[in-house]
Design a binder for this molecule. Sequence first.
Ligand SMILES: Nc1ncnc2c1ncn2[C@@H]1O[C@H](COP(=O)(O)OP(=O)(O)OP(=O)(O)O)[C@@H](O)[C@H]1O
Ligand SMILES: [Mg+2]
Length: 531
Amino acid sequence: MHFSLISTFLAFINRYSHGKAQTRSLSAAPKPGNSLQMVSATMAERWATLSSTIASLMFAWAIICKYSPYEVRHVIKKLKRRLKDHFNPYIQLCIHEYTGERLKRSEGYVMVESYLISITSKDANCFRADLEKDGGNLVLSMDESQKVTDEFEGAQVWWGLRRISASSRTNYPERGERFYKLVFNKKHRELVTKSYLDHVMKKGKEIRARNRNRKLYTNIPGSSSMMSSGMWSHIVFEHPASFETMALDPEKKEEIVEDLLAFSKNKEFYQRAGKAWKRGYLLYGPPGTGKSTMVAAMANLLNYDVYDLDLTAVRDNTELRRLLIKTTGKSVIVIEDIDCSLNLTGQRKKIKDKKSSEEDKNMTDEPKKERKEVPKEDGSSRVTLSGLLNFIDGIWSCCGSERVIVFTTNYVEKLDRALIRSGRMDKHIELSYCSFKGFKVLAKNYLNLETHQTFDKIESLMGETNITPANVAENLVPKSPRDDPEKCLSNLIRALEEAKEAAEKKKKAKEAQDKVEAVQPQDEEETEKPV
Ligand SMILES: Nc1ncnc2c1ncn2[C@@H]1O[C@H](COP(=O)(O)OP(=O)(O)OP(=O)(O)O)[C@@H](O)[C@H]1O
Ligand SMILES: [Mg+2]
């Protein structure tokens, strides 16, 4: 087809030139001294002969290509490619977005993406704009089908962002994979492959660290569509929590901070010890004691992203694996309320069926499992404990590095032993009711008070009853512009007194019930005695 078009075109030129030549020879007979006209007539004839020859060759070529056997065509194709390569002075280099069958985003691609931010604005005329870290300026990056030029030590290179046509990837027909194409002259091969690419990676890393907004990811429910299954969606992570603002005993706080910092700096140790570079934390305690707040504080301390994994939205272990492989390094992967998210053991199920009502009643706040939906057994979520453990410290645990895995629960005693055995979750942290030291941190954060005449009373009340940090915080928040620190502290004292009264009432009621229960068996025994 290609060749036939060219040959038609050449035939046209041929005919046109002949026509011109003939007209010229008829209308303007050569006169002596009119040499210019003679030369142009000869040129036209030469052109005509040349184009006619090329047209014939092309035609012959097209016939050969179409009707020759496959082997001949194959050889011709190969020769053609070689010829083209020989005369093409440029080299192309492609950096694809995904590696390993789309399981993981390529680090190289991410670095190139960041690097190109620094040079895109000079050349391209179509951009993608994202907000910089802390919502500052807009960061411009290259959009698809754009081309930018870069220069390195005198060598010019060209970058382009392309997409493989969707049909050529049969496994993922919905989306064509993107890739960066780098084009450079053959004579710069050494320079580009050795020095320039290193320079791109280094610069890209720097720019990424500077501009990157930390992200809070959550998994898209597996059932929504095949395309989104095993995918994360994200927003910018901007939680203000920090260890300084957490109401915790200072010694405990210091211990956790040190542990986290040691982990993040210990890459060599993990490599030497042959361990995957990850650390597991189990945070347990009553509702409102700061488990979720601590997850945010951990991420802020280490400057990590957060992956909030909702296990009830994961269809099965395969999807779980796909999700976890996609998590990046320098991240906190959190599974909140692990006891509610996963049907861990048959034993747990039985406990749940019985409702474990006594224990629930003893909690000051409404227990989590009453509030959260438990995965149905009809197959809506078929993630198993072994599927989860396999990722925590099984063969898949080595995928990715520098990751903190956090489980939170209100009921540590109900978790499967396998999940919390030593070595699996490296650190178990109990978050409990607010201590006076914890209260002082909150008073400083919320009211900017380090001391006050009411503090003694608050300390003695805190020794007599339990109150969660969430409850203390709630009372210290001014409810109207007229609320001064005095008002907030008196609100807290009232809340503490009410909590104390409620606890005393509960205690009395329990004692009364215990007495009744202690009497009842005797009565029953008496009634059973034979007359
Ligand atoms: N230790 C704490 N230090 C500072 N603030 C806290 C602390 N604990 C709770 N809070 C406050 O209470 C609110 C609720 O706390 P958070 O959600 O972290 O509790 P939680 O333990 O995760 O509860 P749940 O078990 O119900 O998920 C937080 O927004 C925070 O303001
Ligand atoms: Mg929580």
